[in-house]
Design a binder for this molecule. Structure first.
Ligand SMILES: Cc1c2[nH]c(c1CCC(=O)O)Cc1[nH]c(c(CCC(=O)O)c1C)Cc1[nH]c(c(CCC(=O)O)c1C)Cc1[nH]c(c(C)c1CCC(=O)O)C2
Length: 340
């Protein structure tokens, strides 16, 4: 698998490419299956349909890896927090985490068991995916999951999380420790079900100042990655802490690929981390609105990375109103430009 070779820094015939959020609303085929399923969470819990939408971008766009279709928030949901997705509002936990008793009541082993529908989807996908294409499993970082669990929904200020973090850091650590324990079990089960690589999304890493990032986010990412690398050395681990270009000097730990977000200059990531980790990324996702902008973005990244120790991707998820034709163009142009 060229994607897996690239994760381990091996030379590949071209730079493999996939897109974060590649299974999603910009694809009419996805919208059709979601409508059949009823709603988004029902789709996540339906292994056959989750398999179908995971495979769509591989068939339609020709990406080199599939990413499991699910959501990071199924983990706190199966730990026992009721979750709904509201139109225009995004995810909502109606009873956000406020007290130690609530934390105490959340499940660990049972949560990993209840996520059986994810493992079942992985089995179906791996059986249908072409052998040369990789299947990426994923989870949210403990910090990013904790932001939703504490705020109850997306937030601009992270006020509740930060109030807790600075006023009762021990409680914050207790939350992060419990989530990390579930993620160790969950990612082990994903690997045993058949994923070829795993990515941890720390979408809200940039909410934290430097010492807080290393204490409350990165330490748990590293702990999870080290656990998985010790247990499954053949499975590449990709870490994606979004928006932390100012902290790159202090990034370390046992993992294979560092996900570079679009706000971090790729030259800077290469200088600071390129010798230690394979880099993934980092085209500005809104460049997909224009073919000229796509060409310019690819040219810049390809000329810096030179088809070495690199996986092409966007620097965050694809937006729902991107024309499918432009997404196809991006994938094809990367594969052509990086040949040889
Ligand atoms: C923060 C986060 C979430 N989910 C995820 C993250 C981290 C990645 C990132 O930073 O983008 C991760 C995620 N969510 C989804 C995937 C599937 C795999 C993929 O194609 O990348 C992955 C990897 C499907 C999804 N997850 C969601 C959708 C849209 C649901 C729909 O309307 O069908 C999809 C395809 C819903 C979701 N899920 C989440 C939000 C905030 C939303 C609502 C956003 C919106 O409404 O646009 C939480």
């Amino acid at each position: 698998m060229i994607f897996i070779d690239a994760c381990f820094g091996k030379k590949t015939p071209y730079t493999p490419v996939w897109m974060m959020r590649q299974a999603g609303r910009y694809l009419p085929e996805y919208m059709r299956v979601r409508a059949e399923a009823g709603d988004f969470l029902s789709l996540c819990k339906d292994p056959k349909r989750a398999c179908e939408v995971t495979l769509q971008p591989v068939d339609i766009l020709g990406v080199d890896a599939a990413i499991l279709f699910s959501d990071i928030l199924v983990v706190p949901m199966e730990m026992g927090m009721a979750l709904r997705f509201e139109k225009g509002e995004g995810p909502v936990f109606d009873a956000p985490l406020e007290t130690k008793a609530q934390l105490e009541a959340l499940h660990v082993e049972e949560a990993a068991e209840r996520l059986e529908y994810v493992y079942e989807a992985i089995g179906l996908i791996r059986a249908q995916l072409a052998p040369e294409k990789a299947l990426i499993g994923f989870c949210g970082a403990p910090w990013t999951l904790a932001t939703y669990m504490i705020e109850g929904k997306g937030t601009k200020t992270y006020a509740l999380c930060k109030k807790l973090l600075y006023s009762d850091p021990e409680f914050m650590h207790a939350i992060l420790r419990k989530v990390t324990e579930v993620l160790k079990l969950y990612m082990s089960r994903q690997i045993e079900a058949g994923v070829d690589a795993v990515q941890v999304f720390d979408s809200w890493a940039a909410a934290l100042e430097e010492p807080a990032f290393f204490e409350f986010s990165w330490s748990y990412m590293k702990e999870l990655a080290a656990y998985l690398k010790a247990k499954y050395p053949h499975i590449p681990v990709i870490l994606f802490p979004k928006g932390i270009s100012g902290y790159l000097d202090k990034i370390d730990g046992e993992f294979d690929v560092f996900g570079v977000d679009w706000s971090t200059p790729i030259e800077l990531a290469k200088e600071k981390l390129g010798h230690k980790y394979v880099l993934q990324g980092n085209m500005e996702p809104t460049r997909l609105y224009s073919k000229e902008a796509i060409d310019g973005g690819i040219e810049h990244i390809a000329s810096v990375m030179q088809n070495e120790r690199h996986i092409f991707n966007l620097g965050h998820g694809i937006l729902p109103d991107i024309p499918v034709e432009h997404a196809k163009y991006f994938i094809k142009r990367v594969q052509e430009r990086t040949k040889g």
